[in-house]
Design a binder for this molecule. Structure first.
Ligand code: 13P
Ligand code: SF4
Length: 319
């Protein structure tokens, strides 16, 4: 604890010295979430992380999350310095959608509007017409469908399947998945629901269809937080990364939050859902990158300009 407190003090001092602000995702360690908020930064879902970083006056952004989040910040703010605690923090959706194969998939469907999830590389974003996050994907695909457009969707097949079922849009899909949400199991979940009658189930749409089908509310990380605040229940079962529990519990002290069961082969803890790449973010690395300027995110400027077009469309749609 003494070492953590000293690191936090050091980070507070360095943020001021370097004109920097922290932008953290809900899945990173509670220390990085609390410190971001306390120092004038933000803890939020991937859509609001992007918007906050773009609009903030700081000249350096310290993005705690995974690689695509740092890249999106850099694309939106090429003039800012974007640092990440660990540049190897990636995402199975990004890894599973290499740009060459993705481009060939797009070339095979030239009549379709290309809608790409934020959890992708800058190169994949640059090949898309629209970027979406889980908090706006449904509304954007609905609007495109109403305009008579057919969709090419990538890379998360569960989120894509959920949107297809909800909107009835004509969608061809890439077959990617999130290794964390893919692990939630409907059978074990139903057993837990029977043990807690009256509990409401909150599900992130990267989860399999059988899990989504049981949900009382389906939403992005921010959507899950809103649902927990608004729904009239004492107990909630939550099917998303357990980093989310910190905010859920601190913002709803009178309510109980239980983790949905998984297959039990998480890389970071036994039988819990926690993203191994989100777990790579730590206090010591935040202090180190602020001090040394290491781990700067670079995006080729020409590629960044192309990737920015679909990101700007999403931000304008959700403004
Ligand atoms: P959100 O956009 O809901 O924050 O999700 C990002 C993510 O990586 C979920 O696994
Ligand atoms: Fe990617 Fe899943 Fe980790 Fe989110 S939780 S960063 S989707 S692997």
């Amino acid at each position: 604890p003494a070492e953590r407190a000293a690191l936090k003090d050091k980070i507070r001092r360095l943020l001021k010295e370097k004109n920097a602000v922290m932008v953290s995702h809900y899945y990173v360690h509670p220390d990085l979430q609390d410190l971001a908020e306390e120092t004038g930064g933000i803890v939020s879902d991937s859509l609001e992380m992007a918007r906050f970083g773009r609009d903030h006056a700081a000249t350096t952004l310290v993005v705690s999350g995974v690689r695509f989040m740092g890249e999106t910040s850099k694309i939106l703010s090429p003039e800012k310095r974007v640092l990440m605690p660990d540049l190897d923090a990636t995402c199975s959706l990004d890894l599973g959608c290499p740009v060459d194969e993705f481009s060939a998939f797009c070339d095979a469907h030239p009549d379709r509007t290309v809608v790409v999830y934020a959890n992708t590389s800058a190169a994949v974003k640059a090949r898309s017409d629209w970027l979406v996050t889980s908090s706006c994907a449904l509304d954007i695909v609905k609007a495109l469908k109403d305009q008579g457009q057919k969709i090419l969707w990538a890379p998360d097949r569960h989120l894509g399947g959920y949107i297809q079922r909800e909107t009835g849009a004509d969608m061809v899909m890439w077959g990617g998945s999130c290794i964390v949400h893919d692990e939630f199991k409907a059978f074990e979940l139903e057993e837990l629901m029977h043990e807690h009658p009256g509990a409401k189930l909150l599900v992130h749409p990267e989860s399999p269809a059988a899990v989504v089908a049981l949900a009382d509310a389906v939403g992005s990380t921010s959507g899950i937080l809103n649902a927990a605040r608004e729904m009239d229940a004492k107990t909630f079962i939550v099917a998303t990364d357990n980093g989310m529990m910190h905010k859920l519990r601190t913002l709803n002290p009178g309510k109980t939050f239980l983790e949905a069961p998984t297959a039990g082969n998480s890389a970071t803890c036994k039988s819990c859902a926690h993203c191994p790449w989100m777990a790579m973010n730590g206090l010591a690395d935040v202090a180190r990158v602020l001090e040394t300027g290491a781990n700067e995110v670079h995006v080729d400027p020409a590629l960044g300009l192309r990737a920015r077009v679909p990101i700007d469309r999403m931000l304008a749609f959700t403004a």
